[in-house]
Design a protein around this ligand. Sequence first.
Ligand code: UDP
Length: 354
Amino acid sequence: MKIICVVSAPFKFMKIAPLMEAFKARTIVRPLLLHTGQHYNDNMSGVFFRELGLPGPNFFLGASGTGVVKRPSLGRPCRRAHSENNYSTMETLTTPASANPLEMRNIVRVEILNESVDLLGFDTALDCACELALDRQRVSYVVAVNPEKVMTARRSKIIHDFICRADLAIPDGIGIVAAVRILLGKKIERVAGADLMQMICEESGKRGIKIFLYGAKEDVNAGAVEVLRRRYPDIQIVGRQNGYLPESESEDLVARVNASDADVLFLALGSPRQEKWMNQYGDKLRVGMCMGVGGTLDTIVGKVKRAPMAWRRAKLEWLYRLIRQPSRFWRQRRIFYFAARVLLEKARRPKISK
Ligand code: UDP
């Protein structure tokens, strides 16, 4: 089901606000938001979107001098329902400028503690990520949503906005899978970012996806390239850079990534560093898709062990990581806060009679 809300002025938007809140509370639909007006800018409906914790509009409809419409924070163009004229029809809305694989597959986006999560299985996530990578008309973002990131987003507007605007928000942590079950009564599969990254690497040769790896220590970064080439002989790795580049050289790195003609940029800088980097430099990139992969390169080279399959099956990968790296306890304490907030939210929600 698609629901389109037409936003033309603050007054009208305020009228639909309770409806949007109701959708958010039930989180059963993925609303598409249309902004109309002369220009999209932060001082217009952006304020109202933000107050309601909604992402920026999916579509812009109206006259815009340059034809480029910026979304707040990420500064990326949002898709326009119509480019030249300041009028449109519902028909135009159903045929957006570039086909979004998520919308085409009617993937439902829900909110867990105010952060977006897409309800999709591993195969669909892989297909969507590959399609986004090969669509070089604009940069798309894949974000792996886990309890730690959700808790960080509650304090960091940059991370919150980044998750909101991500094209694909995969349920990376088992805590997210459990929260979706507890709050929405839906059973979903976990889509681990580390697995998705490696599957994209496996698909690289078959689908012609060119990859650039940025992040981790020099030996880890170079080692990961070697391991991936051994594991997937057809993989196309067109560039790499360790993650300890001075900030002043980031612009040069962007130029190198663009010159490499990469379709995908994997950032292994850890969170929230990688999200902040994408936020700052994303609109200068000419890749199809960017994805933060945290410490995945360390696990690829075996510097950090991923939990054995039995632990993963028992949904205890987080506990294994905590035991192996007790220094992470301070960071991982947020998993417990997340669990407490989910249970609180569950207790607060009114029971809805069927
Ligand atoms: N890292 C980096 N540049 C930095 C700081 C960290 O490339 O300035 C790398 C670090 O070497 C490690 C990764 O970022 O490979 C962080 O891994 P972690 O497991 O902490 O990330 P998470 O998956 O928890 O976000």
